[in-house]
Design a protein around this ligand. Structure first.
Ligand code: NI
Length: 168
């Protein structure tokens, strides 16, 4: 089922998500819905809090962007190693019509559970590394705009307020 993607400034996007303690039918249904919602948007990643579920589940598929296509479902993901630095433009399904450059690690090692309950480790570079960091941030209630300088963030907030007023 395609779920509604919450957008800034929805307060749920600022909340920290709880770890999944057991992978059951509800977890599998959540993952299925997240995958469907991500592809429908379309986006390259989605975190459960973006559909209002405060659980540590992310999905990523950066296919078609110079990376080998792979659908990733990561439960309770942890960045166990990070190095290097990149500064690339990011957007977010929860922050429509806005993109900005964000400083991230160039490569990360991520460990997580997958849907069959086993543990997996990804060695991620470039766009996949950025996607992991972006989606794991969501589980902490952090949006990419929270990484901007105070001045850039202020400009973003002003734009967002203006857009909200125009919608009214
Ligand atoms: Ni996002």
């Amino acid at each position: 089922m395609i779920r509604t993607i919450l957008t800034y400034p929805n307060p749920l996007l600022k909340k920290k998500s709880a770890p999944v303690d057991s992978i059951n039918d509800a977890t599998r249904e959540l993952a299925r819905d997240m995958i469907e919602t991500m592809y429908d948007a379309p986006g390259v990643g989605l975190a459960a809090p973006q559909i209002g579920v405060l659980q540590r589940v992310i999905v990523i598929d950066i296919a078609g962007k110079n990376e080998p296509p792979e659908l990733i479902v990561a439960i309770n993901p942890i960045i166990v190693h990070a190095e290097g630095e990149v500064y690339e433009e990011e957007g977010c399904l929860s922050v429509p019509d806005y993109a900005a450059n964000v400083k991230r690690h160039a490569s990360v090692t991520v460990t997580a559970l997958v849907l069959d309950g086993t543990e997996r480790t990804w060695q991620a570079e470039d766009l996949l590394a950025i996607a992991f960091q972006h989606e794991i941030d969501h589980l902490e209630g952090i949006l990419f705009v929270d990484h901007l300088s105070a001045l850039k963030r202020e400009i973003f907030q002003r734009k967002a307020r203006k857009a909200a007023e125009e919608k009214r």
